[in-house]
Design a protein around this ligand. Structure first.
Ligand code: ATP
Ligand code: MG
Length: 438
């Protein structure tokens, strides 16, 4: 394993003082996957005060000292160094009542959640892998270290971590671990909203289709409002899937950002309560507003911030607007929803179509075309502000304009474009300004 110099320095210092020291957890996993780890954790036989004394003269953070962690800032990079640890009894299905230090690396690895997260490495001993993490990594399997029922009972957050890593890497979940996830799902009620928020975002932004399909019970544990959507038949020619089946197909179609994935997850959550039959077919009038109101409650409860909440609610509320592939419809859309809002809504329409019955997939091409025409329209539209002009202050300064004259020249160019005297193209703008400057 090719470790960065600053990590080698931490390992070398500890070993040269007679302690054992290893990289551990996520960084070993990511290295074996050929991915670049976000951060490096080190586990060591040195006790916290011994760690502090080994790194005397370095910048240290000691906020985690109670749990045996000292953060060493080295070349501006933080490395968390933690004493080999055993966890005591878990009191609230989340936290151990105490932690104690141990001299055995294997004890430390056995407290970790998943086999792929329970490997250690140092250059002299190589990979230490008592639970078969490497094999699981190669076969793409998420498996608890030890007895899954017990491990989830100790800490319910591990349920969501298992799903998050399965989604992130596109891995399968081992049968015993999967069974325990279902059976222990009620333990999620012990987990803070902030933690659930973080894990849900991680699940949604990965390869989440299978997770949403195989673990609807977990999704409902987090979002009970989703219960009504599961198995709810739509009785509509547009749909060959239940409301939940449609929802998860649209989530999978969406780009993997929190904004779009959350919007699709919640865009039809109000459908069951709006359902009625007319002329032998199911209808859901007003469901966008109902979904929006339910989503507002869900996002507030899960402690999403104002910005993301507003963005998601905007997409949900407007997911059903009619957009036609003609200039009038596009101009109206841009005027009403703004450039970014309208482009986002075109995407949402496209994702929504991906969850419909195959006969309606042809609409996907329609939204590609609307997007193309909207971008063309924006490109050719006369600019209404200086920021849309294809030249800027430095272009103008390069022509010899100075001080206040730069702003005047830009405003002159903008009016010329608005009046149709010249096109919003750099060459043309430069030539009329050169003319003016003569
Ligand atoms: P990421 O790339 O998301 O940071 P990570 O594996 O590094 O992944 P962290 O949350 O940084 O995840 O945790 C570091 C290590 O600590 C994990 O690899 C795992 O060994 C252990 N760990 C973290 N949370 C738990 C938990 N709730 N239960 C048991 N072990 C855990
Ligand atoms: Mg980490």
């Amino acid at each position: 394993m090719d470790l960065p110099v600053f990590v080698c320095e931490v390992l070398d210092k500890l070993t040269s003082c007679g302690y054992e020291a290893y990289c551990v957890g996520g960084c070993v996993r990511d290295h074996l996957l050929g991915q670049c780890p976000d951060d490096y954790d080190v586990t060591t036989s040195a006790l916290p005060e011994q760690i502090i004394s080994v790194f005397r003269g370095y910048k240290l953070l000691t906020v985690g000292l109670k749990h045996g962690t000292v953060t060493i800032i080295i070349d501006g990079q933080p490395v968390e160094v933690t004493t080999f640890r055993c966890d005591g009894d878990y009191i609230d299905h989340r936290h151990p009542d105490k932690v104690s230090f141990t001299s055995r690396l294997e004890d430390d690895l056995s407290r970790r959640d998943l086999t792929i997260n329970a490997m250690a490495y140092n250059p002299s001993r190589g990979i230490i892998d008592p639970f078969g993490g490497r094999e699981d990594l190669n076969s793409g399997i998420i498996r608890c270290v030890g007895n899954p029922m017990k491990r989830f009972d100790e800490d319910g957050l591990r349920i969501l971590r298992a799903l998050r890593f399965a989604s992130r890497f596109g891995f399968e979940i081992d049968k015993a671990t999967s069974d325990a996830i279902h059976r222990q799902r009620y333990l999620l009620s012990y987990i803070s909203a902030e933690r659930i928020n973080h894990e849900l975002c991680g699940i949604l932004t990965g390869e989440c289709y299978r997770i949403l399909q195989d673990y609807p019970d977990i999704i409902c544990e987090i979002i009970p409002e989703m219960y009504a959507c599961i198995g709810f038949e739509q009785r509509s020619k547009y749909h060959d899937k239940t409301v939940y089946g449609h929802i998860i197909a649209t989530v999978a179609a969406a780009e993997p950002s929190v904004k779009f994935r959350l919007a699709m997850l919640l865009h039809d959550i109000g459908k069951p309560s709006c359902f009625f039959m007319k002329d032998g077919a199911g209808h859901f009038y007003g469901h966008a507003d109902v979904s929006r109101d339910i989503a507002a409650k869900v996002l507030g409860r899960l402690r999403f911030g104002n910005k993301i909440t507003d963005e998601v609610l905007f997409l949900i509320e407007n997911h059903g607007i009619v957009i036609n592939d003609d200039t009038r419809s596009i101009r109206r859309g841009l005027a009403r929803y703004g450039e970014q809002g309208f482009l986002d809504l075109i995407k949402v329409h496209y994702y929504d179509t991906c969850g419909k019955a195959p006969e309606y997939f042809c609409e996907k091409e329609l939204f590609d075309s609307i997007r193309k025409h909207t971008l063309e329209f924006l490109e050719n539209e006369p600019p209404m502000s200086l920021s849309k002009l294809k030249i800027n202050g430095s272009d103008v300064a390069a022509l010899g304009f100075k001080g206040k004259a730069i702003g005047e020249a830009l405003r002159f160019a903008l009016s010329a474009v608005i009046d149709g005297v010249c096109k919003n193209e750099k060459d043309e703008l430069i030539s009329i300004l050169t003319e003016k400057n003569r």
